[in-house]
Write a protein that binds this ligand. Structure first.
Ligand SMILES: NC(=O)c1ccc[n+]([C@@H]2O[C@H](COP(=O)([O-])OP(=O)(O)OC[C@H]3O[C@@H](n4cnc5c(N)ncnc54)[C@H](OP(=O)(O)O)[C@@H]3O)[C@@H](O)[C@H]2O)c1
Length: 275
């Protein structure tokens, strides 16, 4: 099976590229950063470019992981966030339909509270609706805050900040106010492979554990294994409502991890990387 992964140079996209390459004939796209000779340059906001790239590769499956995922960047340039997160997703859906490819859309649990997550949450929410409306054979995966090692160790994603604390041996300070659903990066590839094998289609699957943690708590539990001190910015912990759970994973008989397991996996992956 031929798979095309968008944003394959990004934090999650690069991890998906690595994990899915073991099972499929995998191709990837990058946007600005890269390039690698394995990846194709593509601006998903440009419809003609998307149609050209998808027609050139003719994948059976498109895993759509590219987006503007940074909440601050989305607020700073709402038009760009909309053109990439919303219009870009419509371009992918249209190009996939033209060659009868199925689509796995990497969404976010932020869609459960679009008001709280602002433009990022709203654009991911709209993108989900587009996928549901336009695609003939889709899966929407909703990760929470993702941890786990990726070939992209450089950008601003949370896991890479932790890695930076470890590599530079710097004491860390993280927010202890907002609790998040947590996701181990490796589980997304696992779910895609299992779902494809079992022909699970047209579903929304939150890929999360049944536990909610602040960035401080996750940082503490990972960084203490590397003897890095972690402090919290605030004392209080706000518990919010509307959380995603692992219920759908359980109902579909897909693997459910617990917090201790995903911390263990992440620490193991970091140790392997540091060798
Ligand atoms: N990390 C998390 O905790 C988390 C949690 C929930 C959901 N997600 C979702 O997971 C996906 C991947 O996020 P990530 O954390 O891996 O972020 P990331 O590292 O910033 O990856 C995003 C990718 O999108 C690409 N991109 C941006 N604008 C583009 C454009 N116009 N055309 C084509 N590609 C473009 C970027 O390429 P360039 O860098 O080359 O511009 C980058 O490779 C996103 O859909 C995000 O919403 C992430």
């Amino acid at each position: 099976m031929k798979v095309l992964i968008t944003g394959a140079n990004g934090y999650l996209g690069a991890r998906l590229m690595k994990d899915l390459s073991d099972y499929y004939d995998a191709y990837g796209t990058y946007h600005k950063t890269g390039p690698s000779n394995k990846l194709l340059q593509l601006d998903i906001a440009n419809k003609q470019e998307v149609i050209y790239a998808v027609n050139k590769i003719k994948p059976d499956l498109i895993v759509h992981a590219s987006a503007i995922p940074n909440e601050k960047k989305c607020e700073q340039d709402i038009a760009l966030a909309r053109s990439v997160n919303v219009d870009g997703t419509a371009n992918i859906a249209e190009a996939a339909n033209a060659i009868n490819a199925s689509v796995v859309f990497i969404s976010s649990t932020a869609v459960l509270d679009p008001e709280k997550y602002g433009t990022y949450g709203k654009t991911k929410f709209e993108a989900e609706r587009i996928i549901q409306k336009m695609c003939k054979n889709y899966l929407i995966l909703r990760p929470g805050l993702i941890i786990g090692q990726s070939p992209n160790t450089e950008n601003d994603r949370f896991h890479n900040k932790l890695l930076n604390n470890i590599v530079k041996k710097t004491p860390a300070v993280y927010d202890n106010v907002q609790k998040y659903e947590v996701t181990w990066a490796g589980q997304l590839g696992e779910v895609i492979i299992k779902a494809k094998k079992r022909n699970i289609i047209d579903k929304i699957i939150p890929v999360v554990i049944d536990d909610y943690k602040t960035r401080f708590e996750i940082a503490r539990d990972i960084l203490q294994k590397f003897n890095i001190k972690v402090a919290s910015k605030e004392e209080e912990t706000i518990v919010d409502s509307g959380w995603a759970t692992a219920k759908t994973l359980k109902e579909m008989d897909l693997k459910v991890y617990n917090y201790t397991e995903i911390i263990g996996k992440t620490v193991g992956e970091i140790k392997e990387y540091l060798k």
